[in-house]
Ligand binder design. Sequence first.
Ligand code: DC
Length: 262
Amino acid sequence: MRRTSVENGTGAGAAAGAGEEPKAAARRARPVIAIDGPAGAGKSTLAAHLARRFGFLNLETGAMYRALALKAIENDLSFDEEHELLELAGDTRIALQPQMEGNLVLLDDVDVSRRVRDTDVTAAASRVSVHPKLRQWMVEQQRTLGAKGGVVMEGRDIGTVVFPDAEVKIFLDAAPEVRGNRRYRQGVPAQAAVTEEAIIEELKERDARDRNRTESPLRAAEDAVILDSTTMSLEQVLAAAEEIVRTHLEAGSRAQGSVSRA
Ligand code: DC
């Protein structure tokens, strides 16, 4: 499996700024599939499935915000001080290693894959991710990671900011009560003692922060296909998403064929 690393920004010098459109689509050898949506919608499960199905790498961009948030916790930094967080980012190596079921997350070469899922890191990541310059730093890394294509990248701003030229964009949504109930039934270890109501409240809080921040708030791209899984089973969601991807990729190759014949 291809090893994908983000090394403290040094490799990202050529990437466009977060506000600019990357002009990579024409040069990309393989497509980018962007999956966005609120917390707990099942994006990681869907991304892992599509990556396996189409032979792509899955990249969980949320894990990058989580890794930096963890380092801020370890260094006793305030989550509200953008300047300090940026300095910290400049001195940090975050690596994502795609696996069959999600990403291995390395923070300065240490495997923090489990730790970054704990509730304190989850809450910190949500606060850290509101800072515009920090987001730009992350976006540059993410564009570098996906530059060659052949990736399913999931997050909150992939189709709107990171890869607005993605070949396929899916916005996966579901009612907060349904997302909370699914999470509760999964029995996430760090949340084992938490009630279903508390999980729903926490999801709503993160939703509000994600949707209302000034820099790249969570929203569906104009050309995204919205998949609302509120009343769908997992199998139905996976099948519907596969169909969306297949249709878009086929349409893309037909369009490319007609361009190259012209
Ligand atoms: O997807 P996740 O729950 O692992 O994301 C953790 C946090 O990071 C979440 O609160 C929102 C933020 N995030 C973001 O702002 N932009 C992304 N592309 C991915 C995650």
